[in-house]
Design a protein around this ligand. Structure first.
Ligand SMILES: NC(=O)c1ccc[n+]([C@@H]2O[C@H](COP(=O)([O-])OP(=O)(O)OC[C@H]3O[C@@H](n4cnc5c(N)ncnc54)[C@H](OP(=O)(O)O)[C@@H]3O)[C@@H](O)[C@H]2O)c1
Length: 434
């Protein structure tokens, strides 16, 4: 198949850059496949594949030029130009990336955990060494949002980023919505379909989306935020009854990641939220991702596509490799994404949805209304579907605008009430613009 003009000219201009892969799993093997299939068109040559017990990973199609390594030291000592880290997790990936950069090799990674935690240090190290560190595949898989924020929208002053950054949560929530199943059943389905890990904590409790939001905040809003600073809540407490009430309110529920630069602060959170049923966010189903950026001059830009999967993620990795090849032939590596260190808060103001499950008795709504009013919060509406047992009665209260802190203070009182069956569920109700 013929390559593009740029690929052809890159491929013929100079010797191909030598690429070493660390990790031959879902993404690593898909990257190798593209590099091998398109070797005639790309200025890149796969020379080494490293993995533990590498013998079981060997594939015929990689050709005889590839060295299969079980010793990472040999890769780090080799004359590879670029190391692609696709092992995942924090250690030893961090150490290997650091050592590759130290030894003057460029690095490409899809590891959001690593970049969320150590991105600024590793980027500074790469700059000191005059090599590249690229991580376009770490957020939204095959959707090139890092490039778009860093380069395509560089002329704007972005102040808000929001969207759906975790396909697993989206799959689970859309299954609870469409099939009226429990969270546990939807999670099992996601695991069977290969959309969720055996340990789903990172996904369902919001840590995966939080790592991506931290990276996007650094690139798009030019602010350095640590993952643990971002307010994060799980989708585990959601039940199908929440979708029934959400629909009644003209909404659906999605895990929303959002960050906003405002009044010298970074507002940031990852949490399930109600979004209008006719918003672009509501239309994101299954494992798709969505990012909406808002800039002072250009307004909103929407990105959407497959946020995960070996092949879409591998495309993003190979695109990063090509970018390095282009820049190593005269153009400069990307500038270090500098960022301000600002206070981080999750204290967004919005309307809210509260779902209580109670042992019914007179005076419950009055007690809740009283506690909310004591914190300056007004009730907007009360919703109660018939047909539920009186000893585990779900009902919903929606609130007028209040801050997350006001609500948290009121909820710490409400949580003491003895008529509650379990902790009430609270979620923001967002507008179309998020
Ligand atoms: N999969 C996706 O859709 C996706 C999307 C975006 C980003 N990512 C990121 O891409 C990276 C790779 O993900 P993946 O899905 O390809 O993971 P994976 O399928 O688990 O592959 C990881 C590979 O690295 C090897 N490995 C792990 N630890 C090792 C160690 N200490 N020493 C030597 N080899 C080791 C594993 O070997 P074994 O076979 O022995 O375990 C496996 O072959 C992760 O950072 C992930 O977050 C993945």
């Amino acid at each position: 198949m013929a390559g593009t003009g740029l690929e052809k000219s890159l491929a013929t201009q100079a010797p191909a850059l030598k690429v070493a892969l660390l990790g031959f799993g879902t993404v690593g093997s898909a990257v190798a496949r593209i590099l091998c299939d398109r070797s005639a068109q790309l200025p890149l040559r796969l020379v080494q594949v490293f993995n533990r017990n590498v013998e079981r990973k060997r594939v015929e199609w990689a050709g005889s030029e590839v060295e299969w390594q079980h010793d990472v030291e040999a890769v780090l000592r080799s004359d590879a130009d670029i190391v692609v880290e696709l092992v995942g997790g924090m250690e030893p990936a961090r150490e290997w990336v650091e050592r590759a950069l130290e030894s003057g090799k460029s690095v490409v990674t899809a590891n959001k955990k690593l970049i969320a935690q150590y991105g600024p240090q590793l980027t500074a190290l790469a700059a000191r060494k005059g090599v590249a560190l690229a991580y376009g595949a770490s957020v939204a898989g095959g959707v090139p949002v890092i490039d778009a924020l860093q380069e395509g929208l560089a002329g704007d002053e972005l102040y808000k980023l929001s969207g759906i950054l975790n396909g697993t949560c989206n799959f689970i929530l859309t299954r609870i919505e469409s099939a009226a199943v429990s969270f546990d059943a939807a999670l099992r389905e996601a695991q069977q379909a290969g959309f969720a890990e055996a340990d789903p904590t990172d996904d369902v409790d919001g840590f995966d989306a939080r790592a991506k939001l931290v990276i996007l905040t650094r690139i798009g809003l030019k602010a350095i935020v640590r993952p643990e600073q971002v307010f994060c809540t799980s989708i585990r407490p959601l039940e199908s009854v929440d979708f029934i009430y959400a629909h009644e309110l003209g909404c659906t529920i999605r895990q929303i990641s959002r960050a906003e630069r405002k009044d010298g602060h970074i507002y940031a959170s990852v949490q399930p939220a109600l979004v209008p049923i006719d918003s672009p966010t509501a239309h994101i189903v299954g494992s798709l991702n969505l990012l909406i950026s808002t800039g002072k001059y250009g307004g909103q830009t929407v990105f959407s596509g497959h946020g995960a999967g070996g092949h879409s993620t591998a495309v993003a990795v190979v695109s990063d490799l090509l970018d390095i090849a282009r820049r190593s032939r005269g153009d400069h590596f990307r500038p270090v994404a500098d960022g301000d260190t600002l206070p981080v808060t999750g204290n967004f103001s919005s309307q809210h949805y509260l779902r209580f499950t109670v042992r019914d008795r007179p005076g419950i709504v009055a007690a809740i209304a009283h506690a909310l009013a004591a914190h300056g919060i007004n009730i907007d509406a009360l919703l109660q579907k018939p047909g539920f047992a009186k000893d585990a009665l779900p009902f919903v209260v929606t609130l007028e605008h209040c801050t997350a802190e006001q609500l948290a203070a009121a909820m710490s009182e409400i949580n003491q009430f003895d008529f509650l069956r379990g902790t009430p569920l609270t979620m923001p109700i967002l507008t179309k613009e998020l």
